[in-house]
Design a protein. Sequence first.
Length: 275
Amino acid sequence: MNGATKLPNPDARATTDPSHSAPAACVVLLGASNLTLAWPRLMSLVRERFADPVHVYTAHGMGRSYLLERTGFAFGKLPGLLRCGIWDALPSFPDTVAPCALVTDLGNDLVYGCEPAEVVAAVEESVQRLRSWNPRCRIVLTGPPVETVRRLGWLRFLMFRSVLFPFSRLTLESVQQKTLELDERIALLAEQYGLHVVRPHMEWYGLDPIHVRRRSQQAAFAEILEPWDAPVCVESARRRASVSRPTAAVRWVLGAERKTQQPSTSGDGVTVFAY
C-alpha cells in the first residue's frame, strides 16, 4: 500500500554499526594507570598490527585494582578488574579469530595491602577466564618494575606513596620485598600456563618509579605486544589510530553511579568496549 509505513530492516544496524560487524582481530587489555596514560600510543600500535576492523575490550583506569570491589583516583572509582562487566561482554567469534590479551599493571594491589600470593591468584583467575573464553587466546603478562623499585630511595618513595596511594602505610622495605616476591610468582605462573612475560626495563621510567614515562611508551609497549606475534599490517601502518580515551560502562563519580553505553569509542577501524 502507498501509505504503508516502511518497517526498519532488523539487519540494518548489523551492517552499519561497527560493533556488530565481524572483526578481523579481537584484543583484550587488562590493567591500570599505565594503560590509561599510554592509551594513544597503545592504540597506534594495536592499529598497526591488525587489519580492519579491530575490536578492543578493555578494563583499565588510574589506581585500578584486580581484587578490591572499587578503587580509583581523585573523585572517580571503578570496579575491580575481576568484578567488572568485561567478562560477560567478551563475544564469541569464529575460530579464524585468535584473540590477543595483555594482563598488566599488577602492582597496585600490593600497595592496597594485598599479598603477592593474592595478586597472583587474581592474575591466574584472569588467565583461566581468558582461556575458558577462547583457548587460542594469546596472553602476555608484564612483570612489576623490580629494578626500579629496588633502587628507589625512601624520600622519593614517600613522595609518590603520598600522591598516588595516600592511605597506604606500607614501608619501602616491604614494597621492595613484596615486589620481588610478586615477580617470582608471576614467573612460575607463566611457566605453568605457557605464557609470555615481559619484564620492564629501567630506562622506561624516570622520576616516577611505576609509570612508563611518555617518551618511552611507544618503545615499551611495542616490546610488550611483540609476543602476540602479530605482523605489522602494511595498510594499517600508513595511518595512526585516532581513538579517543574510552569511558567505562560503570563508574562512580563523587559516589554517584554513572553508566555509559558500549562501545565507548569507534573510529579508524578500531571499536573500543570499556568496563
